[in-house]
Structures are given as structure tokens and as C-alpha cells.
Design a protein around this ligand. Structure first.
Ligand code: PNS
Length: 163
């Protein structure tokens, strides 16, 4: 895909190894990938959008074709604004599917020029989620296998400050 731009949206509260695997694979498929920290109105976030952007940037210093931004409006509008032809989402299990399919259809209706592509999550990340990371950290569990070392302390500091 020449001069192709994809967006990788999510709450990323915080980014996990599962998200980073999807971002890395998308960066190999597209000329440019824009990771969009967006608002999921169903979720109450632990980190500010700016903090989430910074944590993602810290994890991917070597991915030169990846930009990380915060956007507060509709994803379909952001895709149009940036000329993106694809929205990339990771699918962990069938339980993700209904929600993701609904979003893909809504985004297609709002912006017919953008296709949603699903990448299957790597098997070692099938069970992984941001909420699981926060829960394990809040109970003093070891989150080393779930997030990169470079953001581990940021997460622990925030979780501990909330106790
Ligand atoms: O990581 P998440 O929480 O599953 O990501 C969901 C997210 C943030 C991508 C989704 O809620 C979203 O696209 N929010 C932006 C607002 C929007 O476009 N809503 C309509 C989606 S159909």
C-alpha cells in the first residue's frame, strides 16, 4: 500500500504489550501509522490523555513512521482530517468482536473512505488488557510481563498514589 496512512485508536490507559504488538505490526504494513489516544465514553481513565501519549512514545522510540497524538472528537473525522485509509484494531477473542464490529460499521457510515482492519492479537497477549494491568498493579502484583519496563514505574506510581 503506497503512501498509506493508518490510524491505531484506543484508550491506552495504559498502553500494554498487546497494544504495542499491534502498533508494531501496523507500522510494517503502512507507510505511516498514527496512534490516536481517544475518548471511550464508557471508560473512566486513570491517566490523562497527555500522560497516555507520553507513555506510548516512551515505548516506541525506534518506530520512525509512527506518530502518537491525542484527539477528542470522532475517530471518523480524524481519519478524514489526516487522509487515513484504515483504522487498525487488535482482536483478542470473540468477546471483543461484537463491540469492535459495531464500531467498525459506525465508522464506515461516518467516513466511507476508511476501512477497519482487525489484526489478531498474538497468542501470549490474548488475555491482556489495560484494566487487568491496573488491577494487578493495585494489588502489588508484578506487571513486568504485561507492559514495557520503561513505563512500569509510571504505572506503579499512579496506582500507588491513588491508594
Ligand atoms: O481501547 P478502547 O477503549 O477499546 O478504544 C475505543 C475507542 C477510544 C477507539 C473508541 O471509543 C473511539 O473511537 N472513541 C472516539 C469517539 C468516537 O469516534 N466514537 C464513535 C466510535 S463508533
Amino acid at each position: 500500500m503506497k503512501n498509506s496512512i493508518a490510524i491505531c485508536p484506543g484508550s491506552f490507559d495504559p498502553v500494554t504489550n498487546g497494544h504495542l504488538d499491534i502498533i508494531t505490526r501496523a507500522a510494517k504494513m503502512f507507510d505511516k501509522v498514527i496512534v490516536v489516544v481517544a475518548q471511550n465514553s464508557a471508560k473512566k481513565n486513570c491517566f490523562s490523555p497527555e500522560e497516555r501519549v507520553e507513555m506510548i512514545k516512551k515505548c516506541i522510540p525506534d518506530l520512525e513512521n509512527v506518530e502518537v497524538v491525542h484527539f477528542d472528537g470522532l475517530l471518523a473525522d480524524y481519519a478524514a482530517l489526516r487522509g487515513a485509509s484504515a483504522i487498525i484494531k487488535g482482536l483478542r477473542a470473540m468477546s471483543d468482536f461484537e463491540y469492535e464490529f459495531q464500531m467498525a460499521l459506525a465508522n464506515k457510515k461516518l467516513n466511507p473512505n476508511v476501512e477497519t482492519l482487525f489484526l489478531s492479537t498474538a497468542s501470549q497477549n490474548m488475555y491482556l488488557s489495560s484494566s487487568m494491568v491496573k488491577q494487578i498493579a493495585s494489588m502489588n502484583g508484578d506487571i513486568s510481563g504485561f507492559v514495557p519496563e520503561v513505563i512500569k514505574q509510571d504505572i506503579l506510581d499512579r496506582i500507588n498514589s491513588k491508594k
